[in-house]
Design a protein around this ligand. Structure first.
Ligand code: HEC
Length: 178
């Protein structure tokens, strides 16, 4: 009897240990699904365009398209969360997306890991974050002049990083640390 109880205890204890071993560590990097190019095309580019569009077209004057269900809109500006609210949301999406650029498990389209630890990379990421939060405030204030000013800063951050890490003569050198 006592032997069986001990054996059962050991089995339960071993199971417990194996569960603990499988539990994801809380400080592991979140999983990555897109390469950097895909992340740029899918997340940063469309969000930045919503912010940039507010320079020329006043979001307050955007009209729903007759016959189009705003709940099905592929353009955030004419969606149910449209107008200035779409600019607010796009700015927040951009600010959040900056953190996705710091995941060292992500690779660029050429297979090189993103240089997340490179100080220049980190500085461009922070610029995107700061400019996005300024754009969010300008959108909340419905201030188109401010959006014009901040769009300039934002696009300089995008193109600064592209110049340094993307637009290299040989594609295999993309994303290599500076
Ligand atoms: C921290 C650096 C960095 C920042 C900041 C950054 N990018 Fe990028 N971006 C890259 C790199 C590097 C690539 C190429 C990635 C690859 O080859 O996988 C790229 C690629 C792209 C592409 C794909 C181009 C193509 O030909 O497929 C788009 C679009 C893009 N970025 C838009 C943006 C926008 C818009 C912003 C600003 C809101 C931005 N990026 C900010 C580094 C950056």
């Amino acid at each position: 009897m006592r032997k069986t109880a001990l054996a059962l205890f050991l089995v339960v204890a071993a199971y417990g240990l194996s569960v603990m071993a499988q539990a994801p560590s809380t400080d592991a990097a979140p999983p990555v699904f897109a390469n950097l190019n895909q992340l740029m095309r899918g997340v940063l580019y469309p969000a930045a365009n919503v912010v940039f569009s507010a320079q020329a077209d006043n979001p307050a004057e955007i009209k729903f398209i007759p016959g189009h269900d705003p709940n099905m809109s592929t353009d955030p500006l004419t969606s149910s969360f449209g107008g200035w609210q779409a600019v607010e949301n796009a700015a927040l999406a951009l600010a959040e997306s900056a953190t996705l650029l710091t995941n060292a498990s992500r690779h660029c389209s050429n297979g090189v890991a993103v240089p997340a630890k490179d100080p220049a990379w980190a500085a461009f990421v922070q610029e995107v974050r700061d400019a996005s939060m300024k754009a969010y405030k300008a959108a909340q204030a419905k201030d188109q002049d401010k959006i014009v000013e901040i769009s300039e800063t934002l696009s300089t951050s995008c193109s600064g990083c592209h110049r340094k890490f993307r637009d290299r003569k040989a594609p295999e050198n993309r994303c290599k640390p500076s």
